[in-house]
Design a protein around this ligand. Structure first.
Ligand SMILES: [Zn+2]
Length: 558
């Protein structure tokens, strides 16, 4: 369905004559203004009518007049992103986040929001003029420095440049034969082999585009196109227990399958779009079995600290890092090393778990009457020695978890955030007793995943002076960086899997004191650096100099 121009919609709905619209369009062209705004200013349309029209044009719902924004949602969407794009969180049910935006069709933006929040983003239309007030309302209490500063403009552009696209023409009339049987499974196999976390499928105007999310970045999907796009999508829907005929609204489901002998869990989210359909497949528990520290390339010093923390009777270990950085792998490696014969271990996980023998998992499912806080309570009633909590949806959960960590339980907490400092600050903000939080904190770990350069085609190169400057490296020193232009072995992506970088902070007395008292971020950062905490960027630079990752990967981290 092609998008109708606003002018046409105005005429069609009898809000103005064709003559009036033509006059406005001429004025819009002369003044560089927007047709809709002009129409409102001239009294042809009310703001409400304009909103309704724009929503109709983008095929989304408008945010109702007098909508009451919820300050509690500010924590779900970083203020930096909200302000960068003019996006306001409206409501959320843990997996989905509804946002108000003037650009509901900005796919790159929606992708970035989905990536940053780990949730499915549902856009609703708001007018430019409404956004500023709504943002002020929702983010009135936000501490702006909780987020890393936005990267310079040029990097932003580089970062979000759309990857090279491979669109596939479905063969019209191809029947779903037995040969197409394994299209879904082959796609999963290929994604797993490349180490992808998720698969993005986009059917638009009858063309299917497949991309893999590798180390946080979208890459072109499989070299061989599926025989029929529609068949592939239907196969996935059937596997996930959805209705394949249903294209009217969003659908989601889960399924488990075996790919090359490895068990894998897939969470599928489908949503219709203006020109077709989008699907996101999250691949979970990719290994089927818990990876060891060795497989995760965890440095010896961190292994020692994790083992030490694992021996503690009670306390809090937090695992920070952006979504898709493999935090759960590291947490399960720790769980796997615990003496399960003598310790009761429970996990509360919204998403699929590894299913470790001897470890019980509680899955909060609001639809089935078990809320997240309810699941955490139920787990704590079981008096576990060790409890892994994979999310902190509310301050209430934060209080329970911190209270338990202080008194009697070893709590492992997964906390999506850009790094240790921002993670600690976010948690402290959620806890109403910073003293308990500060005293129970045993260790904070941050993890990020970078794309490894393809070992087959990587070669030394000299970055430009400008790049070296942005890395704050003096060009006079003989540094060697590497790049991978792409070859047959890496399917011309230049990428050879992923590599992890870790940082850890073992709080000393001074850091505890800062966390418990009136702290400034600068003081905390300085104190953390004195304990040897590096930034993700510094760690990435080390890897770049070893030829493991590209310079672009370092810039991506800022
Ligand atoms: Zn290569």
């Amino acid at each position: 369905m092609p998008r109708k121009p606003l002018g046409e919609l105005i005429i069609e709905q009898g809000l103005a004559s064709a003559e009036e619209v033509r006059r406005l369009m001429r004025r819009a062209e002369q003044t560089g203004g927007l047709l809709g705004t002009l129409a409102v200013n001239e009294g042809l349309l009310s703001r409400r009518q304009l909103k309704k029209l724009l929503a109709e044009q983008a095929d989304v719902e408008p945010v109702p007049e007098g909508f009451r924004f919820n300050v509690d949602l500010a924590g779900l969407l970083p203020v930096r992103l909200a302000k960068k794009y003019g996006v306001v969180p409206l409501k959320s049910d843990r997996r989905k986040l509804a946002v108000g935006t003037a650009e509901p069709e900005n796919v790159a933006m929606l992708d970035e929001l989905a990536f940053a929040t780990g949730m499915e983003i549902r856009p609703y239309l708001m007018l430019e003029g409404e956004l500023a007030d709504a943002l002020d309302e929702v983010y009135s209490d936000a501490v702006p420095s909780r987020d890393v500063p936005p990267p310079p403009r040029t990097q932003t552009r580089e970062r979000y440049a759309p990857p090279p696209r491979r669109a596939y023409e479905p063969e019209p009339g191809t029947p779903p034969t037995a040969g197409a049987d394994n299209a879904a499974v082959s796609l999963l196999a290929e994604a797993l082999e490349l180490g992808a976390h998720s698969i993005h499928l986009r059917l638009s105007e009858g063309r299917l585009e497949i991309r893999f999310r590798l180390g946080g970045k979208l890459e072109p999907g499989p070299a061989a196109p599926p025989r029929s796009s529609r068949t592939l999508l239907n196969q996935i829907k059937v596997l996930a227990g959805m209705s394949s005929a249903e294209r009217g609204g969003p659908q989601q489901g889960h399924f488990r399958t075996n790919v090359g002998g490895k068990p894998i869990a897939v969470a599928a989210h489908f949503t219709p779009t203006l020109g077709g359909e989008r699907a996101l497949l999250r691949l979970e528990a990719r290994q089927g079995q818990v990876p060891g520290y060795e497989e995760l390339e965890t440095p010896a010093e961190l292994v020692r600290l994790l083992d030490e923390a694992g021996e503690s009777r009670h306390g809090l270990v937090i695992f920070t890092g952006p979504p898709f950085s493999g935090k759960k792998d590291l947490i399960y490696s720790l769980l796997d090393r615990l003496d399960l014969r003598h310790r009761a271990v429970i996990t509360v996980e919204g998403q699929t778990s590894y299913g470790l023998t001897g470890v019980d998992t509680l899955r909060p499912l609001a639809e089935e009457g078990l809320s997240y806080p309810g699941a955490v309570d139920a787990a704590l009633f079981q008096d576990p020695d060790v409890l892994f909590v994979d999310d902190l949806p509310t301050a209430e959960v934060a209080r329970r978890v911190i209270g338990a960590a202080y008194a009697r339980t070893l709590i492992l907490l997964r906390l999506p955030s850009s790094g240790i400092i921002s993670g600690l600050l976010a948690l402290r903000q959620m806890s109403d007793e910073p003293f308990l939080f500060a005293s129970s904190l045993l260790l904070a770990v941050s993890q990020r995943q970078l794309r490894r350069l393809c070992p087959q085609c990587k070669r030394p190169y000299s970055p430009s002076k400008a790049v070296l400057q942005s890395l704050k490296i003096s060009a006079t020193r003989p540094f060697t960086f590497y790049e991978a232009p792409g070859c047959a072995a890496c399917e011309h992506t230049g990428s050879g899997g992923t590599v992890n970088i870790y940082e850890q902070l073992e709080p000393n007395a001074q850091i505890r004191q800062l966390l418990a008292g009136e702290l400034s971020i600068e003081e905390l950062s300085r104190a953390a650096r004195r304990t040897g905490l590096r930034t993700a960027r510094e760690a990435a630079l080390d890897l770049a100099l070893k030829g493991e990752v590209s310079v672009a990967e370092i810039l991506r981290l800022t």
